[in-house]
Each structure stands twice: as C-alpha cells, then as structure tokens.
Design a protein around this ligand. Structure first.
Ligand SMILES: CC(=O)N[C@H]1[C@@H](OP(=O)(O)OP(=O)(O)OC[C@H]2O[C@@H](n3ccc(=O)[nH]c3=O)[C@H](O)[C@@H]2O)O[C@H](CO)[C@@H](O)[C@@H]1O
Ligand SMILES: C=C(OP(=O)(O)O)C(=O)O
Length: 423
C-alpha cells in the first residue's frame, strides 16, 4: 500500500494541466457497448477507476484497447456474449453499475452485482431499479446481484427521480435508448457528465429530447453506431486545484485544458473568497488572496456547488479569516475527512449535515488516513499548508480519481512524495 509524504508549508506556483474527467468517461464507456461498431474515446485519464471499468467491460467479451500514452480508449462490442458484471469488480467502483443499463438496453438481459465505490454512508440504487421497472423491465435481487430482464421492446412510460440522481439518470438513459418505445425521466440530472452522454448517444443515433434540461424523453431506436468521442476535462480536478491554489498566500497558479462551461456556479462562489481569478478560454489563472474571506456553502445539484468539492472547500476554510460552514444536502454523511483534518490542528465541528469551521488555524503535520476519494485529496491540500511532515495514508482512494497527482503538484512547488506504507 502507498502513502504520500508531504513537507509543508509550500506555495504553489506554475501551471497544472487538467486531465480528462473520470465521471464523464465512465458513462461514455458504458455507452460504447450499445453501438454496433467500435467506439473510440480520447482524453481518457490513467486512473484506477478507468482500469477497473475496462476490466468490467472485458468480462463481457468486449475488446478494450487503452493506449495510455495517447489517452485513447477503443471499445469493440462485437464479441460481447457474457451478460454479467461480477461482484469482485463492481465492488471496487460504484459506476460499474452502469453495466446494468447498458446490458439490459442492448441485450434485454443483465446480471450485475450491487455496487461499491466511495462509501461514506448510504448510497442506495432504488431509483435505478424502480426506474427500470417503470420502463417495463423485470428486476429481481438474488444473492447480492440484480437480475434484469426485458426480452422485447419495452413500452416505457414516465419516472420521476426523487431526489435527482446522476447515476440513475445515466442507467435509465442507457437502458432505454434501444429498448423502450418512449420513456420520460423527470427531474433528470443536468450534470455535464449526463449532458455529454446524451449528446454523444444522439450522435450514435439515439433519439433523446430535452438534453440539458431536467426532463428527458427517450424514444427507442433499432440500432446505434460506434462513435469518435472526446471526453471532457475533469471539472472536479479543476475545482480541487482552484481551491489548492487559494490556500497559501504566495500561490500563483494557472490551470490549463479546463472546460470552463462545466463549472456551473463554482467560479462565482470561489471569487467570494477574495481570490484574484482570471478566466481566459480554457485556462484559469489564480492568485491567492492575502486573507481568505470565510465563505459558507451548501452543496446542490448542478449548477450548484458540487458535493465532490465540499471536503476540499471545508479544508480551505480552515485557513480563512473567520468562521464558516459547509452543508451537504446531496450526501448527508460525507464528513469522514473532518476528524483527520482536525488531527492536523483544524477546528471543525460536524452537526447533522453541516460542518462549522473556525478559520485561521495553524495546521501542523501528522499522520492522517484517507477514507474516500475527495476526503483524501483534502488531506493532501491540508498537508501542503501544514507545518512539517504530513503522512497521508491509504492513498489508493486518490489513485481512483486524480491522475499524476504528486507529479502535477511537485511541478508547481509542492514537496510531496509517494512511499510504501508499512502495515
Ligand atoms: C461516478 C460518479 O459520477 N459519481 C458521482 C455521482 O454519484 P452517484 O451517481 O452515485 O450519485 P447520485 O447523483 O445518484 O446521488 C444523488 C443523491 O441521490 C440519492 N439516490 C441516488 C440513487 C438512488 O437510487 N437513490 C437515491 O436516493 C443519493 O443517496 C444521493 O443523496 O454523482 C454524485 C453526486 O453528484 C457524485 O458525488 C459522485 O462523484
Ligand atoms: C464519489 C466519487 O465516485 P463514486 O461515485 O464512483 O464513488 C467521486 O468521484 O467523487
């Protein structure tokens, strides 16, 4: 197992290139299964979740070629015969559950393990299953697996997502584009990852009305062809480095290859911290403020503040000039990072789904434990402003979602190395 050893504090100065998006790539990879010919996706990051999903897809018999130097992934569904996603792989990554929609949609049958992924609390999949039932599929649960069946074209119907869900929207779109006569998803997710999926499926031949709105109507077509797709830049990696660049008063960072239009209201909120930010095409230049204004946030669905950035934001607020709060309305329990940042000297208090933060604390290096992907990167951000040595343990979580993290941060002046973690 690996850990990061960080010596701080260090300002960040220089340029960081943003990688392709993990959460946009995974639905596109599932969509490739629906085509009658190979699909090529470029700008794919080298991440553990991508390797895991490649293996999930390979189990079905699809050919998957990943040219890592080029970030080019080709998926050929021609020899897909095995309609199953096994527990050993699905438990490693929640988005493997997209196989349910993809296999049901293309073949009318699927056996997919109930998912794993970042586990900070309950993450149900009831909406995925109820939506497929509403569409006309037969869904059974057996020994930890979901068995889905729809031998004929399904009638479809309407289904309202309460609450709105990225994963359920993706799964229902994948299931219906080839196998439902007409299916309407109400309160559908409008996150850029969903919009990109729907646009690319349309280019493959799908009939989807309402793309980019919260009502999607899908009318099943006979077949889809493969496509050439460019994956989006990672909006969460972008937000993470924006926050990192604001945390030390001498930091001065340019982010490149950013999809600025995918950031929703985040840049507006970020500006309230007092940061000097200049957005120019696909690059964002950030000069940290002398003093960070305490800025409270509440997470929300897109274009609101992403839950995937709340841990990083709360960590930045430990350096702000006063008190603030961070409330997660999407995932109520996503605060496992708090006791770890507190080990570094932060003053943070969680009550229900809100953490209150007393700012301007001097953080001091210590050993801290990664508990999930975004919690882990928050500990790295904290370690870079803490005095002395911080060991961030169990960084396999980070390797799921941040490409070349230590290299990117070293290049802008951080003192961060990967080492073997003693058991
Ligand atoms: C691989 C991927 O893209 N993961 C992202 C995706 O996760 P994921 O797709 O799992 O998250 P959802 O959008 O589904 O979750 C939103 C809310 O809906 C609830 N819900 C969801 C499904 C369901 O069947 N029943 C139900 O109640 C969840 O508990 C949560 O409160 O969107 C989340 C919210 O932006 C992000 O944090 C994750 O990084
Ligand atoms: C939580 C995340 O991923 P997953 O939904 O796959 O656990 C994430 O990307 O922050």
């Amino acid at each position: 197992m690996d850990k990061f050893v960080i010596e701080g504090p260090t300002p960040l100065q220089g340029t960081i290139p943003i990688s392709g998006s993990k959460n946009a790539a995974l639905p596109l990879m599932a969509a490739a299964i629906l085509g009658d010919s190979p699909t090529t996706i470029t700008n794919i990051p080298k991440l553990r979740d991508i390797y895991t999903f490649n293996n999930v897809i390979r189990v079905t018999g699809c050919r998957v070629d990943f040219d890592e130097d080029d970030g080019r992934l080709t998926i050929d569904p021609k020899n897909l015969t095995h309609l199953e996603a096994p527990y050993e792989l699905v438990r490693k990554m929640r988005a493997s559950f997209y196989m349910l929609g993809a296999l049901l949609g293309k073949y009318g049958e699927a056996k997919v393990s109930l998912p794993g992924g970042c586990a900070w609390g309950p993450r149900p999949v009831d909406l995925h299953l109820d939506g497929m039932r509403a569409m006309g599929a037969e869904i059974d649960l057996e020994e930890g697996y979901v068995l889905a069946n729809a031998p004929e074209m399904m009638e479809g119907g309407r289904f309202k997502l309460e609450p709105s869900s990225v994963g359920a929207t993706v799964n229902l779109v994948l299931a219906s584009v080839l196998r439902a006569k007409e299916f309407t998803i109400e309160n559908a997710a409008k996150e850029p990852d969903v919009v990109l999926l729907c646009k690319k499926l349309s280019e493959m031949g799908a009939n989807i009305e309402g793309i980019g709105t919260s009502t999607l109507t899908i009318r099943g077509v006979d077949s889809l062809k493969g496509a050439h797709i460019r994956n989006a830049s990672d909006r969460i990696e972008t937000g993470t480095f924006m926050i990192g660049a604001a945390m030390h008063p001498q930091s001065n960072v340019t982010l490149e290859n950013v999809d600025v239009d995918d950031l929703g209201h985040f840049p507006e909120t970020f500006r309230k911290t007092g940061v000097d930010m200049d957005i120019n095409g696909d690059s964002i230049h950030i000069k940290a403020p002398e003093k960070i204004n305490p800025t409270s946030i509440e997470t929300a669905i897109y274009p609101g503040f992403p839950t995937d950035l709340q841990a990083q934001w709360a960590t930045m607020m430990t350096q702000a000039d006063g008190q603030s709060s961070v409330t997660d309305t999407v995932y109520y329990d996503r605060f496992s990072y708090v006791p770890e940042v507190v080990r570094l000297g932060a003053e943070m208090n969680v009550k229900e789904n809100t953490v209150r933060i007393n700012g301007k604390t001097t953080l001091k290096g210590a050993s801290v434990m990664s508990t999930d992907l975004r919690a882990s990167v928050s500990l790295v951000l904290a370690g870079m402003v803490a005095e002395g040595k911080t060991d961030v343990l169990r960084i396999y979580h980070l390797d799921r979602g941040y490409e070349d993290l230590e290299q990117k941060l070293t290049n802008v002046g951080a003192n961060i190395t990967r080492a073997t973690q003693e058991e």
